[in-house]
Design a protein around this ligand. Structure first.
Ligand code: HEM
Length: 399
C-alpha cells in the first residue's frame, strides 16, 4: 500500500536531538518516496531515499523557482501568489537565470581560494577562544563561538569594513537567527538591505580586495549585486553556525568519538564529513515538477511539490551502513548535506575550512569541555526553522 504522510512533525523526539523525526524515518522504511498532503491540501510528495533524492536534484524537470513554491510543508498559507526571486537571489531560480549569478562566483569559492583563507580562520577562531577563556569557566557556545566565527569570515569575504561589523552582524544575527519577533525581524531585514545597497555603491566607487568588489567588474547591476550578497549571507552564516554548535553538542554526547578525534588529528576531515551527514542541518529543500515525471515507480504530476528530506536521505540504510551511528571513521562518504546538482552548495569549501579549523581548536583549548546543563535541557530549534540546530549550548570547563 502507498505510504502517505499528512503532517510533518513540529519537533524531534525527546532525547533524540540528532535524529530526523521518527515519522520521516518510518516513511523511509516504507520506501524512498511517499505521498505528502501539505497543510493547505496540496497533494505532493516526500522523498526520503538517498538515490532518489540525488536523481531529483540532478533532473532539470524539477524546478527551484520561487514563484512555484506555493506550498509550505508545515503551514497553510492558503491560495497565495508568490513573486519570482528578486534579482541576484539565485538559490530560488533555474538555469539560465541561476547561472548568470552562480558562474562569476564559482572561481571565488574554489578549494584553493578557500585554503588560502585557513590562516585567517585560525586567527579569528583563536581570538574568540581567547575571549571565551577570559570570560569563563562557562559560556554559551552559540554566542561565544559558533555564530561569531562564520559571521566575521563572511563579513570579510563581502568586504564589510571593520567599523561597520558590529551593526551589520547584529542585524544579520537577528534576521537569520529566527530568535526575535516579527517586528524586530522586519527591522533587521530592512536595515541589512539598506546597508548592502550602501556597501555595493561603496565597492563600485572604491573596489577593495573582496568578493563583492570583484563582482563590480562583471555586468551585474547594483540591485543584482545586493541580491547576491544577501544570498551569500543567508546561505553561509546560519548553516555553518549551527553545524559548529550542534556538532559540538553531538561530539560531547559521543565521548568515545570525541576521544578518537582528540587522539588523531588526521581524523579531522573525515569527522567533519561525518558530522555533516549525521546532523544535516540544512534538513530539507523543495522542488516542483515542471512536467509529469516517473519517480520510484510513481507518477509525479506537473505542478506537484516534492519535499527532499536531506537529513533522512543521509540516514538511508541502503546507502550508509548503521546510518544512525555517528562514526567518524566511516568510509562510505558522499553525503547530501550540501545538496547535489546545479544548486549544490557554493560555499562548501569555505564551510569545510571553518569546521576543520574550529572543532580541533575548541577541543584543544578546553580539554575538559562539557555541557553545563543536562542534555535534555539544551534548547533545540523547532522543525519550522529552515536550518536545524540548538538555540544555545551552555558549556563549562575546568580551570
Ligand atoms: C555547513 C554549512 C553549510 C551547509 C550545510 C550548506 C548547505 C547547502 C545546501 C543543502 C544547499 C543546496 C540547496 C538546494 O538544494 O536547493 C546550499 C546552497 C548554497 N549554499 Fe550552502 N551550506 C553551508 C555553508 C555555506 C557557506 C559558508 C556559503 C557561502 C558563503 C554557502 C553558500 C551557498 C549558496 C550561495 C547556495 C546556493 C547555490 C545555488 O543555488 O547555486 N553555503 N547550501
Amino acid at each position: 500500500m502507498e505510504h502517505t504522510l499528512t503532517t510533518l512533525p513540529a519537533s524531534r523526539r525527546p532525547g533524540c536531538p540528532f535524529d530526523p523525526p521518527k515519522e520521516l524515518i518510518q516513511a523511509r522504511e516504507h520506501g524512498p518516496i511517499s505521498r505528502y498532503t501539505f497543510p493547505d491540501g496540496h497533494e505532493g510528495w516526500l522523498v526520503t531515499g538517498y538515490d532518489l533524492a540525488r536523481s531529483v536534484l540532478a533532473d532539470s524537470r524539477f524546478s527551484s523557482r520561487k514563484e512555484l513554491m506555493r506550498h509550505h510543508p508545515l503551514i497553510d498559507y492558503g491560495d497565495i501568489e508568490v513573486p519570482p526571486a528578486p534579482p541576484g537571489e539565485f538559490l530560488l531560480m533555474d538555469d539560465p537565470r541561476h547561472s548568470r549569478y552562480r558562474k562569476p562566483l564559482v572561481g571565488k569559492f574554489t578549494v584553493r581560494r578557500m585554503r588560502l583563507l585557513t590562516e585567517r580562520v585560525e586567527q579569528v577562531t583563536a581570538e574568540h577562544l581567547d575571549a571565551m577563556e577570559a570570560a569563563g569557566p562557562s559560556a554559551d557556545l552559540v554566542t561565544a563561538f559558533a555564530r561569531p566565527i562564520p559571521s566575521v569570515i563572511i563579513c570579510e569575504l563581502l568586504g564589510v569594513p571593520y567599523e561597520d561589523r558590529g551593526f551589520f552582524q547584529e542585524n544579520i544575527d537577528k534576521f537569520l537567527g529566527g530568535e526575535v519577533g516579527d517586528e524586530e525581524l522586519f527591522a533587521a531585514y530592512t536595515a541589512t538591505q539598506r546597508y548592502l545597497a550602501e556597501l555595493v555603491a561603496a565597492k563600485r566607487a572604491n573596489p577593495t580586495d573582496d568578493v563583492l568588489s570583484d563582482l563590480t567588474d562583471t555586468d551585474l547591476t547594483d540591485e543584482e549585486l545586493r541580491g547576491v550578497a544577501l544570498i551569500l549571507l543567508a546561505a553561509g552564516f546560519d548553516t555553518t553556525a549551527n553545524m559548529l554548535a550542534l556538532g559540538t553538542f553531538a561530539l560531547l554526547r559521543n565521548p568515545e568519538q570525541l576521544a578518537a578525534l582528540r587522539a588523531d588529528p588526521g581524523l579531522t576531515d573525515g569527522a567533519v564529513e561525518e558530522l555533516l551527514r549525521y546532523l544535516s542541518v540544512a534538513k530539507q529543500f523543495q522542488r516542483v515538477a515542471l512536467e509529469d515525471v516517473e519517480l520510484g515507480g510513481r507518477t509525479v504530476k506537473a505542478g506537484a511539490t516534492v519535499i527532499l528530506s536531506y537529513n533522512t536521505a543521509n540516514r538511508d540504510p541502503e546507502r550508509f551502513a548503521d546510518p544512525h551511528a555517528l562514526d567518524l571513521r566511516r568510509q562510505d562518504g558522499g553525503h547530501l548535506a550540501f545538496g547535489h546538482g546545479i544548486h549544490q552548495c557554493l560555499g562548501q569549501q569555505l564551510a569545510r575550512v571553518e569546521m576543520r579549523v574550529a572543532f580541533p581548536a575548541l577541543f584543544d583549548r578546553f580539554p575538559t569541555l562539557r555541557l553545563a546543563v543536562p542534555a535534555e535541557e539544551v534548547p533545540l530549534r523547532p522543525e519550522i526553522a529552515d536550518i536545524y540546530g540548538v538555540k544555545s549550548l551552555p558549556v563549562t570547563w575546568d580551570v
